[in-house]
Design a protein around this ligand. Structure first.
Ligand code: UT7
Length: 330
């Protein structure tokens, strides 16, 4: 028995932050952002008191409606996020309360940009164990809450948004077939948030020093990302004897179009087989992969082979091989 995705849904806030608007905050150009990253615009959750849980709850409400099931049927909720509503309790718990998933237990999982893949694989094990039959996996981030909009090296990249999938048992050979997950904590120096944790709790000084924002050494991260994401995608194909023509879609984390292109090239895939929404949503961290699945759902057919791949802070990276379990065309 395998765990299969049986429904997918996404949600992004309405407000569109364009490259042109960013030109007003920082010394950048639409041309630089587009050519270096592939991003034209991103969504921002504007307004006081609105957090990742709102994005997630909207995604999950739509997910359950699409599948035609009630929230009380959900048994497990895993929320992959780097921008939880609160330090504690878990955003999974908050979303469960908002949506009415009263019979579920839930927890958050933080693996930065690879979080959705980590959560998907973790959730699949609850299904494979035979103990649970309905598991919701959320990937969500409100990156605007930890971005310094005076830092041109990071503010042009990130956006807000998220999505969710439902995992259910499948005995017809579909579902999550294989996965490879890695992490290397030595990479943390290149991408992290300095303050707000137990090492450096929030203080006036940490706020003044802007230590609650994303710190990224872009070039160093780029070098690892481009190698590791391509390597792990090629590795999962090799160990499952998959040729390029067998793969219907690459579903990559959307950090930089140049990283995605290099991964597709390494896998021998043309751009027509690559899900790409970075141009309109930017890097939504845990949200990128479920948002892609949501947008492409109507083009997916039962039996399609998908390779999901991600690289992120930690460092964390991985790939997941899926046989899509249903015909979604409407
Ligand atoms: O999702 C989690 C993992 N994260 C990633 O995978 C991100 C990986 N890194 C990247 O995508 C890229 O490194 C960036 C998009 C962050 C930066 O692109 P880059 O091509 O690596 O640029 P760079 O850092 O080498 O900077 C080149 C130049 C520098 O100027 P000088 O020193 O050559 O004068 C930067 O100061 O571009 C400058 N620059 C900018 N110029 C205009 C940096 N950001 C900007 C900007 N607008 N927004």
């Amino acid at each position: 028995m395998r765990a299969a995705i049986t429904a997918v849904n996404g949600w992004v806030p309405e407000y569109i932050l364009t490259n042109k608007e960013l030109e007003k905050f920082v010394d950048t150009t639409d041309e630089w952002i587009t050519s270096r990253t592939g991003i034209n615009e991103r969504r921002i959750l504007k307004g006081e008191g609105r957090g990742s849980s709102e994005i997630a709850a909207n995604a999950v409400n739509g997910l359950l409606k699409k599948r035609g099931i009630g929230p009380e049927e959900i048994e497990v909720v895993i929320c992959a996020t780097t921008t939880p509503d609160l330090q504690f309790p878990a955003t999974a718990n908050i979303v469960s309360d908002m949506v009415g998933m009263k019979n579920a237990f839930g927890f958050d999982l933080n693996a930065a940009c690879s979080g959705f893949l980590y959560a998907l694989v973790t959730g699949s094990k609850f299904i494979e164990s035979g103990q649970y039959k309905k598991v919701v996996i959320i990937g969500v981030d409100k990156m605007s809450s930890i971005i310094d909009y005076s830092d041109r090296t990071t503010c042009v990249i990130f956006g807000d948004g998220g999505g969710a999938v439902l995992l259910e048992p499948d005995e017809s050979g579909m579902g999550i077939i294989d996965s490879i997950l890695h992490s290397d904590g030595a990479g943390r120096v290149h991408l992290h948030q300095k303050a707000g944790g137990s090492v450096l709790p929030a203080s006036h000084d940490t706020v003044d020093a802007k230590q609650h924002f994303v710190y990224q050494e872009g070039q160093a991260v780029f070098k690892f990302a481009v190698t590791k994401m391509a390597d792990v995608s090629a590795e999962i194909m090799e160990r499952n004897q998959l040729k390029a023509e067998d793969v219907a879609w690459l579903v990559p984390h959307q950090a930089n179009k140049r990283i995605i292109d290099a991964t597709a090239k390494r896998m021998g895939l043309g751009s027509e087989k690559v899900m790409l929404n970075i141009q309109k949503f930017g890097n939504t961290t845990n949200g990128t992969i479920p948002l892609c699945l949501w947008e492409w759902e109507n083009q997916l057919h039962k039996g399609d082979i998908l390779i999901l791949a991600a690289f992120g802070g930690g460092f964390t990276w991985g790939s997941v091989y899926i046989k899509w379990a249903y015909d979604s065309g409407k």
